[in-house]
Design a protein around this ligand. Sequence first.
Ligand code: FMN
Length: 238
Amino acid sequence: MVHNQTSSAPASRADITLSFAETVRARRSFRAFKPEPVADGLMRDLLLDAQQAPSNCNTQPWNMHVVSGAKRDELSRALHAANDARRLTPDFNWDEGGFRGRYDERRREQGAIYYSNLGVTRDDHEARARAASVNFSFFGAPHVALLFMPLVGDGVRVAGDLGMYGQTFLLALASRKLGGVPQTVLGLYAQTVRDVLGICDDLKLLYGISFGHPDETAPANRVRMGRDDLGQSVTFHT
Ligand SMILES: Cc1cc2nc3c(=O)[nH]c(=O)nc-3n(C[C@H](O)[C@H](O)[C@H](O)COP(=O)(O)O)c2cc1C
């Protein structure tokens, strides 16, 4: 049995500026950032928080690579080149057509709200591609985290653990008035990311999170996605 390690040390309360209720409501996907990096000590606190996420049998299968500075710029260039050449190398499929019914409606609503906020029309494919490619500039964030996992079985259980970890990290950011955006699209170029960062093929890329100090005044951050009523998601049994 593995006992207490440094990563389970309590967070320093002074750094946490928002209550839990405020934090979960403050969290949203930011898509424009200020250039200044997150200070080293604060970065460590965020990562210590994320490390508290639960996982199947406490396997802690997350392998997160945080990329900043010149390496971030190099990765961005490589991803833009791979995207321009449509050199897709996903470790996991992204099957938009697989969503049905209300799931599909929500997916379409999100796209419509996102692009209309940017003034991009449905049929302007070039403008849509341009807007989507900002993903590979990490929306101007000074840091991008790439979340890798070992492939165990069909990967579903481990992917669930990585989701828990990613959300804990996003909430850690939100609690300190920082922000991030999860990005499946980075995972579509997994081999490009592995090549730039020198990561072995055994680790599979699930998604990335660009993060930093959000630019709250930027047009890209004007929208807030809604949620359906509780009744759409929760069923009570007695
Ligand atoms: C696992 C995951 C992957 C995502 N991938 C992308 C992405 O590639 N690009 C993007 O702009 N947003 C991406 N998003 C953000 C979603 O669009 C966003 O979470 C959703 O619309 C709800 O909005 P909110 O996060 O602001 O509440 C992703 C979110 C999750 C959880």
